[in-house]
Each structure stands twice: as structure tokens, then as C-alpha cells.
Design a protein around this ligand. Structure first.
Ligand code: PHE
Ligand code: ZN
Length: 879
């Protein structure tokens, strides 16, 4: 039994002394007094001796215990809300326990375990929520077969759902009824789910590749059925794709998704009964943006893909979280890449990785993809485990090649189906299938920090050789001063002065396969022979490794790549590097009181890209979207002054807008797709390009008055919220901005998911007055501290998405956040801890802000009754 707040260590892993073979649960549901009867059949493992059985619990009221159907004498067990220890167990190999507990779903504000959301009973058990329902061996390596009987009043809960297949249902006395569900697949407790309430259903059918029929059901609030159509479509496409691409079929006769409005995370892959944050199910053109549609598609796919990577093969312990999450993110990324545009998807992935994972890896919260210790597992659902975990799987595919990667993955599915596995098990499959030694590669899982490749190059015209010096290093991270050498797959291209790609031959000093350089030593001196003219290097093509590259490259070389690279992702990367360099210089100029000017090299490169009709609009839009303020801050690294960055970025944008006015005008006039709204990637790309161009035009010619009519006539949420965002951020406090905000509020006042956009747009206004605005909005009926989506939209966006508005030099916004975290922590520690991570880069601020930030964190740390979640984050951030 693990106690909250006590460090858990990977090396302490020990299998349980007992196995649980079957679990028979009965729920008698009432909001404040739900009775749970949990009958488990146990098997003693040989060698266990007569060790006591210690079951996990959290906030439980104990009612009764039977051992082999006889009421247990109180001398045989000790019980508390957080655990049940049973001694003198029967000496037989098999025995049963029947444990009765009482819980209060209506009072469950943590949204872990069994809780109520808008009158619906629902559960969330990952990671350690099942112990808030009943005493159990609540760990992922205990796999059992579950049968669940649910009883509830028919009127209140006509719908009774759990995992697996419905076996039986019928009436009971006094207006109650029951349903019995059976899940034939052994599963860990974190995949258990129950839903009961009054919901509408949208149905469809799917036939698997081998011809088995599957009923598909999406449950939503009454009246919202039409908004589930896109999710259903995405589900069917995900199921087909997983068959075609990975040979994975679904394995039950029904697959259900339930949308709830109070949810700590995005969604949950419970066996056969996924529970979703409704934000990732509900969509129609009037209320959802293109981004919402893309997220729904990706998250529906992600949770569905977990059925094989997570559920059939689960994790031995929570240190192995990346085994299911990294691999499943990789799979959903591939699905989106195949479904939409691969380079556009890759750009978005890298932008996200750099915005969330790189700062995590370089700050106080850094941890390996597979951590070795944790205080609170809820705090390890991180960008490192998910996004870097996915990048590690991608590198494995790059190193092995597509076919060998597939054979390793097939072996994994075959060998470990039904297991609770580890990262070692996973890697061994690739070693066995391909005969490759992956011991050095495995360092990616064990070592925190973003590797740095420092690269230099020399061209010798007379000898026609290109020499490239490569050095790898990893900066120290908390608790890890010395770093091991890693195997870094670096894809690279060489381009001649005419833009042609040079074939890399006669290479010495490194292993090379295709265009992949295998960096394994600290230093490599790589020599390319027979190179006719000085080439331009394109490094880390397609972002083949999640590393930082230090390489002095001239602006003209970057512009050359932006023009001639055949790897589309890398064209964008070159433009982005060019822009980043310019923006860093501009920030320096701003701080030195000089005027900022944008170079012609950047302006030309951006404008020729935006007007290049051969490129997809989504790419053109990505190309002209400058690195954000947080990106610039990350690249600068220390002594960050967010106001200087904002000013510099604005000045550069103004310059681009002035020079590009004609180009942007032509985009705005011509690009929007005609006809009815369609969420497909191509139309979405056109809208994205339209909005980026419109944004620039507000810096050149377009007055705020011109935006209001565009906002009013928008027939879809992408354009409407996009234009609202431009208006409100570019002209904060203007009459036009306030009018648009008021009209938007009036129109969508009864749709909280849309109002979240309205809250987030206001929370991210780059203005010192935004703190006050956020405080004011907290007092309106649109905000509720009880709903995680509202908290994230308003407080989360303010803290994580408003560099200037949040980082006020007087520290008042930090104080505000500390106060909110302390209050929220008492209700929902998981969400409080998550929102607090917005301050993870506080140490890289300039001294005045840094001191204020430290003081605010210290105020949190001084609280005596913090949750383990917030305590853990605060301690590590201050440590
Ligand atoms: N396992 C869920 C997912 O990725 C995330 C989650 C974690 C949801 C913990 C709820 C609680 O896919
Ligand atoms: Zn997941």
C-alpha cells in the first residue's frame, strides 16, 4: 500500500502476494450514500507465506467484510479510510472476500473515483481512483475479470453502463432497476468504468476486418445528439485505420463513448466504455473551431488505440506510463498524419513539443520519459511522458526502418497480449525481431533533459571535402548531473548552390543509413568526399530527434533551405529558425533602446512563401506565424523580460505587415473556401491562412472598425472566434472589441464550451489590465471553480498563455495565481497542480520578476494542508 506524499521508487517494485481472479461489483447508487459491494476471488501465489493482505483505499467508509462468506472477526483486520489490512487469511490457495463500502458521489469534488457530473454518475479510475470506490489491490499489474451490477432509480438513471457486454437488465421494486455487465478481458482496476444517468445516444455500426459486428454508441446530453456526428465518424475511421496500418482489431461487441462536462483530463480509455471530456466529443460548425475538430479526431483515435496499447497490453507499474502513452500518442500522430497533411501535422507536433516538453525538460520539473521516482503519480501525466515518449517511439522507427519497426511491434503485440509489461519488455521485442542492440538507445527512456548537438562544418574546395564536427551533450537536470551518451538519429541533407540535393556518398566517421546519421559518440568528425561546391546543411530533417541544434548558419543559408528543401517540414524549420534569430536580436535591440527592424532576408522568405500557391495553405499559414513570445523566451533562455519580447515581436510583425500588405490583401480576398463549412484539413488550412493574413493586415491598413463586420458575418466558429481574438488582442479595450465580446456572450451564453473560448480570449489579452479582467470574469455566471474546463479556460489560459499580462513586474498576478491554487487545491488537487505548472519556467525570468515568482510559490509552500499533488509540484519548482 502506498501512502500519499510518500516517495515511490521503481527499484522497489515487487509483485503482489495475491492475485485477484474475478471481481463482482454491486453498486446501489444514490448521490450521497452509494453502497458498493465488492466480491473478489483471490489466489495466493506460492511463496507468499502467510503475509497479510493490504488493500488500498482512499476516503472510504467501511461497512462490512466477509472472508469466504463469513463475517470477519474484527481482530482479523484493521481498517481506515486509506487502507484495509487483513491477517490470518485462509490457508487455502483460493478464497473470497466480500467488502462493503459507502461512498458519496455527490461530494466527490476531486473527480476521481465515482462522482457526479451534471446529474450523471461517472467514474475516473486512472491512476489511483478505484481505491476511492472500494478497497482493492489498486495497481496496474493486478488483472481481473469484472462483473458489474448497477442498481439505480429508473427515473434518475434510465441508462446503466459498465465495461464489456450487457448480460442482463430488469426492474426492481420501488421504481429501481438494475443492469449486469460482464467484461471477459482481464483488466487492471484503472480501466474500470461505470456510467449511470439520463443521456441520449447516437448509434452506428462497424464490421471488423475479420467480419465481426460491433455496435458503436456515443452518449451525450439530450439535445446534443447532432453534435456527436463528427466524433462517430472519427471513431469509425480510427477503427479502420488501426486494422490497416497496425493489424489491430476491436475485441468486444460494443464500443461506447460517454461525454461528460466535468472531467480532469481530455478523455479516458476504460475498456469498451471510454469517458470523454465533452469538449472532445461535441462539435458543429457554429460552435466548434477547426482546431476543435482536429482535437476530437485525434483524441477519439488516441483513446480507441489504447485498446491495444494500454488495455490488452497494460503497464506493470506507473513508472511504465510511457509504455502506453508514448506509444499511443505516436499512433494517434501517425493517424492524423495519414488522415490530414503529414508535414503540417509534423510542424504542429514540433511546435507543441517545443512549447511544452522542452521547457519541462530544462526546468525544475524535468524527469525522464520513464521516471525512477514519484511523489504523486497524477503529476506525471506530462508532456515528457506523452510527447517525448512518442518522439522516442518515432526515433525507434527511424533507426530500425519502417519494416523492421513493424516486425518488432508485431512481436510486442503477440508476445505481450494480456500482460502488464515494462519498457524493457517493449524494447526487447525490437531487439529480438531485428537483432539490433538497443541498450544505448534505451537511455532515451532513463535520462532527463534535451540533448544538444553542437555542430560545425568546413568545406575544402580544393580537396572537395565537407567536414562536419558533431558533439553531443545533455545539460544537467535535477538529480542528474552526469549524463550518458545517447544514440541520436540525425537526419541530414546537403544542398548545392543551385538548390539541388547532393547525394551523400563516401562518408566516413559515422554510421549512416539513408539520410540518417547515427550519433553515438561524444564527438564525431564526419567527412563527405567528392562534394563539388560548398553545400548548405539541412539538419534534423523532419525533426528526427527531439534535440536542440547549435549550428551557426547564415541567414542566406536558411533562406536557401526555406526555398529548396524537399522535406517540407524542414522548409518550415528553416524559416522558423530565421525568424527566431531575428526576434532574439530584436529583443536585444529593444532592451538596448534601439529601434527594431526586420531584415529583408526574413521578409522576402516569408512573403515568397505566403504567395506560393503551390504550397498548401496550412503550410503557408504556419510559415508566416512567427514564433510565439514563449518560444522566443525559451530560445533566449535566461533573464527573460516578457515585455521586451512582446515589443520586439510586435515591431517585427509591423515591419512584415508593411512590406507584405499586398500579399496579405490578396490572401484575404481570395483564400476562403466557398460553400458550406467543412472541417476537412484543406479547408481548415485555408481558414488558418486567411486569419494569419488578416492579423497582419491589422498592422498595416485594416482598422478595428473593419473587423466587426467580418466577425458578425462569420458563418462558422473558426472565423468568428479567430476574428474576435484578433480584434480583442490587437485593440484591447477598444469599442469594437468590447462590442464584439458582448455580442458573442449574448449569442453563446448558454453554451459553456463556446463561452470557454470567450473566457480564454480575454484571459490572453496582452495588457496589464487583464489581471483585473480575469478577476472580474471569475465573478460572472460564466465561471465556476468547480468545472475544470472553466478553470483551465480562464485561470489556466491567463497563467500559461499570457506572457505579458501574467508576468507583471509587480508580481500581483503571481499572488493571484497562488491564492487561486490554494483555494482550488481543497476541491480538486489534480487540476490545481496542473494549472500551477504554468510557472515551471519561473527561474529563467529576469531578477525582479523571479523574486516575485519565488515569493508567490513560497506562499503556497507555507500552507500546512496542501494536497500531495500541489505539495509535490511546489517543492520541486522551488527545489
Ligand atoms: N489515460 C488518459 C489518456 O491518455 C489520460 C488520463 C489520465 C485521463 C488520468 C484521466 C486520468 O489517454
Ligand atoms: Zn493516453
Amino acid at each position: 500500500m502506498s501512502r500519499p506524499g510518500q516517495e515511490v521508487r521503481l527499484e522497489d517494485y515487487k509483485p503482489t502476494d495475491f492475485e485477484i481472479e474475478t471481481v463482482d461489483l454491486t453498486f446501489r447508487l444514490t448521490p450521497s450514500r452509494t453502497i458498493v459491494t465488492n466480491r473478489i476471488a483471490l489466489r495466493r501465489r506460492s511463496g507468499g507465506g502467510n503475509a497479510p493482505l493490504i488493500l488500498d483505499g482512499d476516503d472510504l467508509t467501511f461497512v462490512d467484510l466477509k472472508i469466504d462468506d463469513r463475517t470477519a472477526d474484527s481482530s482479523r483486520f484493521s481498517v481506515s479510510p486509506s487502507g484495509l489490512e487483513i491477517r490470518d487469511l485462509p490457508e487455502t490457495e483460493f478464497f473470497t472476500l466480500e467488502i462493503v463500502t459507502e461512498i458519496a458521489p455527490a461530494d466527490n469534488t476531486k473527480l476521481m473515483g465515482l462522482y457526479r457530473s451534471n446529474g450523471i454518475y461517472c467514474t475516473q479510475c486512472e491512476a489511483e481512483g478505484f481505491r476511492r470506490i472500494t478497497y482493492f489491490l489498486d495497481r496496474p499489474d493486478v488483472l481481473a475479470i469484472y462483473t458489474t451490477r448497477i442498481e439505480a432509480p429508473i427515473k434518475e438513471a434510465p441508462l446503466l453502463l459498465s465495461n464489456g457486454n450487457l448480460k442482463e437488465r430488469g426492474p426492481l421494486s420501488e421504481g429501481w432497476h438494475y443492469a449486469i455487465w460482464h467484461d471477459p478481458h482481464p483488466k487492471p482496476s484503472y480501466l474500470f468504468a461505470l456510467v449511470a444517468g439520463d443521456l441520449a445516444v447516437v448509434r452506428d455500426d462497424f464490421t471488423t476486418a475479420s467480419g465481426k459486428p460491433v455496435k458503436l454508441e456515443i452518449y451525450v446530453e439530450h439535445g446534443k445528439e447532432a453534435r456527436a456526428a463528427y466524433a462517430m465518424d472519427a471513431l469509425k475511421r480510427s477503427m479502420r485505420w488501426d486494422e490497416e496500418r497496425f493489424g489491430r482489431e476491436y475485441d468486444l461487441s460494443v464500443f461506447m463513448i460517454v461525454a461528460v462536462s466535468d472531467f480532469n483530463m481530455g478523455a479516458m480509455e476504460n475498456k469498451g466504455l471510454n469517458v470523454f471530456n465533452d469538449k472532445y466529443v461535441l462539435a458543429d460548425p457554429e460552435t466548434a473551431t477547426d482546431t476543435d475538430y482536429a482535437n476530437i479526431e485525434a483524441i477519439i483515435a488516441h483513446e480507441y488505440f489504447h485498446n491495444w496499447t494500454g488495455n490488452r497490453i497494460t503497464c506493470r507499474d506507473w513508472f511504465q506510463l510511457c509504455l502506453k502513452e508514448g506509444l499511443t500518442v505516436y499512433r494517434d500522430h501517425e493517424f492524423s498524419a495519414d488522415t490530414r497533411s503529414r508535414p503540417v501535422k509534423r510542424i504542429a507536433e514540433v511546435r507543441l513539443l517545443k512549447a511544452h516538453q522542452f521547457p519541462e525538460d530544462s526546468g525544475p520539473l524535468a524527469h525522464p520519459v520513464r521516471p525512477k521516482r514519484y511523489q504523486e503519480i497524477n503529476n506525471f501525466y506530462t508532456a515528457t511522458v506523452y510527447e517525448k515518449g512518442s518522439e522516442v517511439v518515432r526515433m525507434l522507427a527511424t533507426i530500425l526502418g519502417a519494416e523492421a519497426f513493424k516486425s518488432g511491434l508485431d512481436l510486442y503485440f503477440e508476445r505481450h497480449d494480456g500482460d502488464a509489461a515494462t519498457i524493457e519488455d517493449f524494447l526487447t521485442c525490437f531487439e529480438d525481431a531485428t537483432g539490433t542492440d538497443l541498450s544505448q538507445f534505451s537511455v532515451w527512456y532513463h535520462q532527463a533533459g534535451t540533448p544538444v548537438l553542437t555542430i560545425g562544418s568546413r568545406f575544402d574546395a580544393s580537396g572537395r571535402t565537407l567536414t562536419v564536427d558533431i558533439e553531443q551533450s545533455v545539460p544537467p537536470t535535477p538529480g542528474e548531473d552526469r549524463k550518458k551518451l545517447m544514440h541520436i538519429p540525425l537526419r541530414m541533407g546537403l544542398f548545392d548552390p543551385d538548390g539541388g540535393e547532393i547525394r551523400m556518398r563516401d562518408v566516413s566517421g559515422i554510421d549512416i543509413s539513408g539520410d540518417v546519421l547515427h550519433i553515438t559518440d561524444r564527438n564525431h568528425t564526419v567527412v563527405f568526399q567528392n562534394v563539388q561546391a560548398r553545400p548548405t546543411l539541412s539538419l534534423n530533417r523532419s525533426f528526427s530527434a527531439p534535440v536542440n541544434i547549435r549550428y551557426e548558419q547564415s541567414s542566406s543559408d536558411l533562406a536557401h533551405l526555406a526555398r529548396y528543401e524537399t522535406d517540407t517540414y524542414s522548409r518550415w524549420q528553416a524559416l522558423n529558425d530565421l525568424a527566431t534569430r531575428e526576434l532574439i536580436a530584436a529583443t536585444g535591440a529593444t532592451l538596448g533602446g534601439e529601434t527594431v527592424q526586420c531584415s529583408n532576408a526574413l521578409i522576402d522568405a516569408l512573403l515568397s512563401t505566403v504567395s506560393d500557391a503551390r504550397l498548401e495553405p496550412a503550410l503557408r499559414s504556419q510559415a508566416i506565424t512567427l514564433p510565439g513570445e514563449a518560444d522566443i523566451a525559451r530560445e533566449i533562455g535566461t533573464d527573460i523580460d516578457p515585455d521586451a519580447i512582446f515589443a520586439a515581436r510586435s515591431a517585427v510583425s509591423d515591419d512584415i505587415a508593411r512590406h507584405g500588405r499586398d500579399a496579405f490583401e490578396s490572401v484575404v480576398e481570395n483564400i476562403l473556401p466557398g460553400g458550406r463549412y467543412s472541417p476537412d484539413a484543406e479547408s481548415a488550412g485555408q481558414r488558418a491562412l486567411y486569419l494569419s493574413a488578416l492579423n497582419y493586415l491589422t498592422r498595416a491598413a485594416l482598422p478595428p472598425d473593419a473587423l466587426l463586420p467580418i466577425f458578425r458575418s462569420a458563418d462558422n466558429m473558426t472565423i468568428m472566434s479567430g476574428v474576435l481574438g484578433i480584434l480583442v488582442h490587437r485593440f484591447p479595450g477598444s469599442a469594437g472589441a468590447e462590442t464584439a465580446l458582448a455580442e458573442f456572450e449574448l449569442r453563446f451564453r448558454d453554451n459553456p464550451l463556446v463561452i470557454d473560448k470567450w473566457l480564454a480570449i480575454q484571459a490572453t489579452i496582452p495588457d496589464p489590465g487583464t489581471l483585473e479582467r480575469v478577476m472580474r470574469l471569475m465573478g460572472t455566471r460564466h465561471f465556476s471553480i468547480e468545472n475544470p474546463n472553466r478553470v483551465r479556460a480562464l485561470i489556466g489560459s491567463f497563467a500559461a498563455g499570457n506572457p505579458t499580462g501574467f508576468n507583471l513586474p509587480d508580481g500581483t498576478a503571481y499572488e493571484f495565481l497562488a491564492e487561486q491554487i490554494i483555494g482550488l487545491d481543497k476541491r480538486n488537487p489534480q487540476v490545481a497542480a496542473r494549472v500551477l505548472t504554468a510557472m515551471r519556467s519561473w527561474k529563467s525570468l529576469e531578477p525582479i520578476r523571479r523574486d516575485k515568482a519565488r515569493a508567490a510559490l513560497a506562499v503556497i509552500a507555507q500552507q500546512s494542508d496542501l494536497s500531495p499533488d500541489v505539495r509535490d509540484i511546489t517543492d520541486r519548482m522551488l527545489g
